[in-house]
Structure formats: structure tokens, C-alpha cells
Design a protein around this ligand. Structure first.
Ligand code: ADP
Ligand code: MG
Length: 324
């Protein structure tokens, strides 16, 4: 008797979902990224009970035609990548075609979407299976409502923290997108109350002001520099305005929020001898480089990147901040 068999697509989805959607905030991150990739100018996120009951994202992006709307929940279904060559030059936030498959596998979803020149459509899914599909009258764009996250994965449900803690993590995910995309108006409502609303004017300082508040915004200086193929733009705080940890350090690589010890080190190196021990500068820095010079396909959550030239990235940030 053979003992090895290939898992069913549904079980494979549940396993993969564990990597992509760890908690409500990771689902929110993916949904916001999809709205950004769809060219939205306005994105509204509504959350209830820390995201466990209800996560709704509405955008005014390009939307989907009815025939795409049914396909977008399949694993490895994407409009952003078509062949292996595309993997070397990713210019969108998404590309793995995994997020909607993963989220839908562990929740109930209502999708309402309409693209230019095609009729609107509404879909309902339970655990990744489409159970209803109907024509719908709606404006161009997409609304996706995720309910009962992890209802069919009790093991994951057990690891959910308090609604308050989950909502705070969601708030961070919204702040990251708002700072990365000052040209998009983001609005975040938690249990009916507005938590954040950015203007979407394209002015990064205005976004910083809204997200961090006046004290930090008024103590920032502009950073502008280029080094080899890197361009570094944004704001850092003066050495007199610091924080007790690094959670206020935001780095974006080609508009993607990333976590990087190396870039934090480059930033802090520029402040050498001007910071007290245990104090850290605040920054919002956008690092742009040709898409071929950075690999974003490092981890399913896409929050890490590999630079072709790590040294170059370090120097670019270090010198740009130093000259500011
Ligand atoms: P990826 O973003 O990696 O392509 P996703 O599973 O997140 O994978 O989405 C699958 C596809 O569904 C996307 O490639 C896109 O074509 C479509 N899609 C998802 N969300 C939206 C949206 N908000 N507006 C328009 N199209 C969307
Ligand atoms: Mg995506």
C-alpha cells in the first residue's frame, strides 16, 4: 500500500494560508496592497471586533470583469505576473497570486466589483468555494468583505489576541500604506469610529503629519539623495527627537514597506555620537531603484527584500541621511 499522496487543493490552501494570513492585520495588508495595485485613489477600511468578524476594504481602482472575479480566488491566479522573466522585474506589490486564495480559504467572503466597460458582479464564497454569483449594479472599483476569519481553522483562531491587540496591528498595516502612498486617500474605521484619514494629496509630509502627529512632523528634516542606482527621499527626525524603539522607522523600497535591520543600521550610523543610548531616530524613507536590482520574492509576506547590492543600499541611506 502506498502511503504518499498529494493533498487536495483545499488542504494545500489551508496550509499556504497559514503563511500568508497569520492574523487579521496580514489579511488587511494584502487587501490594501491589492487596492493600491488596482490604481485606487481612495481606499476605505472598516473593521469590527479586531477583524475577526468583519474586514471590509472598498477601493475605486480598476475593478474586475465578471470572468476575472471568479478566478481571482484560485491559488496562483494573478494578473501581475505571466512568466518566469516577470519574476526578475516586479513592479507591483502583489505577484504571487496567493493572498485571495489564502484569505478566502479561511473565511466567508462577499466581493462586489466592476471594471470599466463590463457589468458589475457580486460573489459569495464560503471557505474558498463560490456559493453565489449574481450581476450587481455598483460603481467602478472593488469592495471585498471578509467575515468570520479563521472560522474553519480552530488551531489558528486560538492564537488570536484580544480585539484591541489585533486592531492595533491592523492600524499599523494601514499606517504603512498611508505613509508609502501619500497620493492615495486612506480611511480607517474601527467599530464605526474613524481612526485615520489621509488626504491623498501626494504630499508625504501631510501624510506623516496625519499618521505621526505634530510633535514628530515638526521635528523632521527632508532627505534627498542619490547614490549609484538608488534614490532616497523622505524625512528623518532631528537628533533631539527620538523614540525608545525602532517601531517608528519606516522604510519603503519601490513603495513597498519592508523590514530591514541593515537599513536601520545605515540610518543610525548617520547619527553617530548624536543619539543617547537606547534612543532611535524616526524615519519615513522611500528608496527607489530599478526593479531588476532588488528581489522581493524572499518570503510569502513580502516584507523582506534582497538588494543586488546590499552595500549600495546601506551607503545610499547612510549618505543621504548624513547630508540632511
Ligand atoms: P496578487 O496580488 O499576488 O496578484 P491576489 O490573490 O492578491 O494575488 O489577487 C489576485 C488577483 O485578483 C490580482 O492579480 C488582481 O488581478 C485581482 N484583484 C485582487 N484585488 C483586486 C482589487 N481590489 N481590484 C482589482 N483587482 C483585484
Ligand atoms: Mg495581492
Amino acid at each position: 500500500m502506498p502511503v504518499i499522496h498529494v493533498l487536495s487543493p483545499h488542504v494545500a490552501d489551508l496550509i499556504a494560508a497559514g503563511e500568508v494570513v497569520e492574523r487579521p492585520a496580514s489579511a488587511v495588508k494584502e487587501l490594501l496592497e491589492n487596492a493600491v495595485d488596482a490604481g485606487a485613489r481612495t481606499v476605505v477600511l472598516e473593521l469590527r471586533a479586531g477583524g475577526r468578524d468583519y474586514i471590509r476594504v472598498t477601493d475605486d481602482g480598476v475593478g474586475m470583469a465578471p470572468e476575472d472575479a471568479g478566478v481571482c480566488f484560485l491559488r496562483h491566479a494573478t494578473s501581475k505576473l505571466s512568466d518566469e522573466r516577470g519574476l526578475e522585474a516586479i513592479g507591483t506589490l502583489g505577484f504571487r497570486g496567493e493572498a485571495l486564495a489564502a484569505i478566502s480559504a479561511v473565511s466567508r467572503i462577499d466581493l462586489l466589483t466592476k471594471a470599466e466597460d463590463s457589468p458589475g458582479v457580486s460573489l459569495h464564497l464560503d471557505a474558498g468555494q463560490i456559493t453565489q454569483e449574481a450581476p450587481a449594479g455598483c460603481p467602478e472599483g472593488t469592495t471585498i468583505l471578509v467575515r468570520d476569519l479563521f472560522y474553519n481553522t480552530p488551531a489558528r483562531m486560538k492564537f488570536m489576541k484580544s480585539d484591541q491587540a489585533e486592531a492595533s496591528a491592523v492600524f499599523l498595516a494601514v499606517q504603512q500604506q498611508a505613509l508609502a502612498h501619500p497620493e492615495i486617500a486612506f480611511r480607517f474605521l474601527k467599530d464605526g469610529a474613524e481612526q485615520l484619514s489621509t488626504a491623498g494629496s501626494g504630499d508625504r509630509m501631510a501624510a506623516i503629519y496625519t499618521v505621526f502627529g505634530r510633535e514628530i512632523a515638526n521635528n523632521m528634516i527632508e532627505v534627498k539623495g542619490s547614490w549609484e542606482q538608488f534614490t532616497v527621499r523622505g524625512f528623518v527626525t532631528k537628533p533631539t527627537c527620538t523614540r525608545g524603539n525602532r517601531s517608528y522607522q519606516y522604510f519603503f523600497v519601490n513603495s513597498r514597506f519592508i523590514k530591514s535591520r541593515m537599513l536601520s543600521a545605515a540610518l543610525e550610523e548617520a547619527y553617530k555620537n548624536q543619539l543617547m543610548v537606547g534612543r532611535f531616530p524616526v524615519c519615513v524613507l522611500e528608496i527607489d531603484l530599478p526593479v531588476q536590482a532588488v528581489d522581493v520574492n524572499v518570503h510569502p509576506a513580502k516584507t523582506e527584500v534582497k538588494f543586488l547590492s546590499e552595500r549600495g543600499a546601506f551607503d545610499a541611506v547612510h549618505y543621504a541621511v548624513l547630508s540632511a
